[in-house]
Design a protein around this ligand. Structure first.
Ligand code: ADP
Ligand code: MG
Length: 236
């Protein structure tokens, strides 16, 4: 019975994945088709020729990037693990977002231990943090006093990294779906950020839990394995 439920869950999420891809690809195709159908009627108009030569390549580029994203998602990657200083990497990413943080008047509270070293793929770790921060920033459309709080500390053999925002939150019926590829509630979202992050976290020996309430905000709790001195001589 339980297995049948799991199978049903998997088929349902596969169904949503295929529907997501179909939707993503159909949008640019519809737009390209509309332009081509207008050519016999509007080709004489300079503005039309300019618009078509600007918009159609953009739509094709969008299709291309959907395909690249899909391939990237499907490609099995072995993480290239090394010692990563959590504090410094996260600060680097915050600098990357500093313009948006300033523009949106976001209060950023950081409480990160300086001597926290994890053993992960550095590029993947950066990508994970970028995805989380981007989602937090995007959750602030209607938030009056936007705030992001990042904490990083040690717990046993793991680093615990928490990213908390007081943004729009996630509806309880969506909580189960947020890690699925192409699940998005945004007009221009790809729905790939969290699914790629989840994959990276698991491949690096970590785990993630999300707790969220509508209008109160979202808390991401991620653990990643600490770097151990011994491993540096035995495994690197
Ligand atoms: P995208 O950001 O392109 O929509 P993601 O995989 O990053 O795709 O996120 C999937 C969905 O999870 C989002 O569309 C949003 O509904 C929800 N979500 C993720 N993070 C947050 C957050 N911090 N606050 C509110 N909703 C979030
Ligand atoms: Mg995202």
């Amino acid at each position: 019975m339980k297995e049948r439920m799991i199978m049903k869950d998997k088929l349902e999420s596969l169904g949503r994945l295929v529907a997501g891809i179909a939707h993503e690809i159909r949008n640019p195709l519809t737009s390209i088709k509309a332009y081509i159908e207008l050519i016999p009627y509007k080709y004489d108009k300079k503005e039309f020729r300019e618009k078509i030569s600007e918009d159609v390549p953009k739509e094709i580029e969008r299709l291309n990037s959907i395909i690249s994203n899909l391939l990237e998602y499907a490609k099995p990657k072995v993480p290239n693990k090394e010692m990563v200083k959590v504090h410094d990497e996260i600060l680097g990413i915050i600098v990357f977002f500093s313009n948006q943080i300033k523009k949106k008047n976001i209060k950023l509270i950081c409480n990160m231990k300086e001597d926290l070293f994890i053993y992960v793929d550095k590029q993947q770790f950066k990508q994970i943090m970028i995805n989380f921060l981007l989602n937090a920033i995007e959750a602030f459309e209607k938030t009056e006093n936007p705030e992001i709080c990042i904490t990083a500390e040690k717990n046993g053999d793991f680093a615990v990294i928490i990213i908390k925002d007081n943004g729009c939150g996630i509806a309880s019926e969506n909580e189960k779906k947020i890690f699925e590829p192409f699940f998005t509630t945004k007009d221009n979202g790809t729905g790939l950020g969290l699914s790629i992050s989840y994959q990276f976290i698991k491949e690096n020996g970590g785990d993630i839990t999300v707790s969220s309430h509508l209008e109160t905000g979202t808390k991401i709790n991620m653990i990643l394995p600490l770097f151990k001195e011994k491993r540096s001589t035995a495994n690197v």
